[in-house]
Each structure stands twice: as structure tokens, then as C-alpha cells.
Write a protein that binds this ligand. Structure first.
Ligand code: PAF
Length: 278
């Protein structure tokens, strides 16, 4: 596996890679969720490239940029074992040199839910993803459904900016007890880790109600909230929402493919999860 730290190294390495190219952007500290994206990319493309970049512009001033977990040596080993051809791991100055002044904003999809609780987050994500897709020019790029709003935003920007790349979304990978894999799970204390799967169980209660035929959003959301609060007072809920799968607009009745979403804080850790209703 070739490792590039600069854009000029990357451009030379990309020129030599057989096409089609599958690309997996990450912030590192890889887990099985990332590796499932890499495996899918490996199965569908002649070459696979991965980026590891803890993108500073998608973190708010009070967020966890400084303590975000990093282990490049371990990540490199995992990616080499997964037969990745190229790893791009730039420093922040390489991606945002002095004078950087261009931002990508996806209106309508970015302001609510995660966007409301993390102002500026999606501007940072949309900008770095556009830069990465522009640098790699992959035929396919792979993203997890765990960050469902991010995935909807990336689909929108790839279409709007004619990036010529197919965006592939893959299902959330979970621990045996249902907790969605996330690099941030390392922040959880042992006691919080035991409690954390309740987030998934609460979503599942709403999902089960929908499966039984309930179509009123308010009832489904109530069920999620009730399940969470009945079992633990430890979570501070940011939002529970049911939205159209594509537009991410809230709906009164579930009549189209939809997604049930939750974001909550457990101690100092903010967790998000979602389930598709389709
Ligand atoms: O999902 C992530 O890890 C990041 O938001 C991404 C897409 C790599 C952009 O920094």
C-alpha cells in the first residue's frame, strides 16, 4: 500500500492506479464499520484508496477535535491487510493552506437536526468531501448510513456539482448488543458502554411499532422516547426525529421511505444512531 502525505504525491500515485477507483474517506481510528466500506470498495473496483484526515473545519470550537482518537500506525496495518492500494493522510495545512477561502454549503439539508446542534459542521464536511472527491476523482465513493444526514448531503453535493461519482451508502455496523460502531465509542466509561445500546433498543421499539402498521410520526417518536426514559435517566436527548430518506424533511405520516433518527448525550459523549423505515 502506497502512503501519500501531500497532494502532489497523491496525484502522482493516482495516475498509476488502474480504474475504476473506489474511495473511502475517513477520519481514521478505523473500526469494522470503515472496514466494511473498504471491503465493498475492494469487491467493486480495480483499485481502492482511503483517506485519513481529522478534518478541523467540521468540529465546533467546543467540540472534541483535540482529543479525537488517532492511531495511524494501527490504521495503516488494517488497511494494508484489507488490500487497500493507496492511503492519503495529509496534515491540516496541506488541505487548508494559508488563504483558503472557499466553502461548500448544501442548503436545506444542513440546517436542522445535526446541523442545528453542531453549527458549521456540515459546511466543514461538505467542503472537505468536495475537495477529496475532486482530488481522487473516484468512480465510486463509500459512506456509512450511521451518519445518515451526512450521506444525504454528500449525495446532494455530488449531484449538484456534477462530480461524476456514484455515492454508495452502506448499512451501519453494530456490536452484538446493538451499539452502532463509532470511533467516539472509546470515550464511554465501562458503565456508559453498558448503557449505550439502549439508544438502539429505543429506535428498535419505534421501528417495531412502524412494522406493526403505525404510520403516525408522533406516535413512533413517543415510543422511542418512552422506551429510552423508562430504562434510564442517564441520556440527555438532543433530538428524536422521523424524516424523509432523501430530503431529510420531517413528515407527519410515514408514507415514503423514511429514517428514524436519535442523538443523545451520555456523560461527555454524544451518540447518534438511526434506522431506515422501508
Ligand atoms: O464520516 C466521516 O468520517 C467524516 O465526516 C468524513 C466523511 C471523512 C469527512 O471528514
Amino acid at each position: 500500500m502506497q502512503v501519500c502525505r501531500t497532494i502532489s504525491q497523491l496525484q502522482r500515485a493516482l495516475a498509476a492506479l488502474p480504474r475504476p477507483l473506489g474511495f473511502v474517506p475517513t477520519m481514521g481510528y478505523l473500526h469494522e464499520g470503515h472496514l466494511s466500506l473498504v471491503r465493498q470498495a475492494r469487491a467493486e473496483n480495480a483499485s481502492v484508496a482511503v483517506s485519513i484526515f481529522v478534518n478541523p473545519t467540521q468540529f465546533g470550537p467546543q467540540e472534541d477535535l483535540a482529543r479525537y482518537p488517532r492511531d495511524l500506525a494501527r490504521d495503516r496495518k488494517l488497511l494494508a491487510e484489507a488490500a487497500v492500494d493507496l492511503l492519503f493522510a495529509p496534515e491540516a495545512e496541506e488541505m487548508y493552506p494559508p488563504g483558503f477561502a472557499t466553502w461548500v454549503e448544501v442548503k436545506g439539508l444542513s440546517e436542522h437536526l445535526e446541523g442545528a446542534f453542531r453549527p458549521g459542521h456540515f459546511r466543514g464536511v461538505a467542503t472537505v468531501v468536495t475537495k477529496l472527491l475532486n482530488l481522487f476523482r473516484p468512480e465510486r465513493a463509500y459512506f456509512g448510513e450511521k451518519d445518515a444526514q451526512q450521506l444525504a448531503i454528500v449525495r446532494r453535493l455530488a449531484a449538484d456539482l456534477n462530480l461524476g461519482c456514484t455515492i454508495v451508502g452502506l448499512p451501519t455496523v453494530r456490536e452484538a448488543d446493538g451499539l452502532a460502531l463509532s470511533s467516539r465509542n472509546v470515550y464511554l466509561s465501562p458503565e456508559e458502554r453498558q448503557r449505550a445500546p439502549l439508544l438502539y433498543r429505543s429506535l428498535k421499539a419505534g421501528y417495531d411499532l412502524w412494522r406493526q402498521g403505525e404510520r403516525r410520526t408522533a406516535r413512533i417518536i413517543d415510543e422511542v422516547r418512552r422506551t429510552l426514559q423508562a430504562e434510564s435517566k442517564a441520556f440527555r436527548v438532543d433530538y428524536i426525529a422521523l424524516v424523509d430518506e432523501e430530503t431529510f424533511q420531517e413528515m407527519e405520516f410515514v408514507e415514503r421511505p423514511a429514517r428514524l433518527l436519535i442523538a443523545a448525550r451520555l456523560g461527555r459523549t454524544r451518540l447518534i444512531d438511526n434506522l431506515p423505515l422501508k
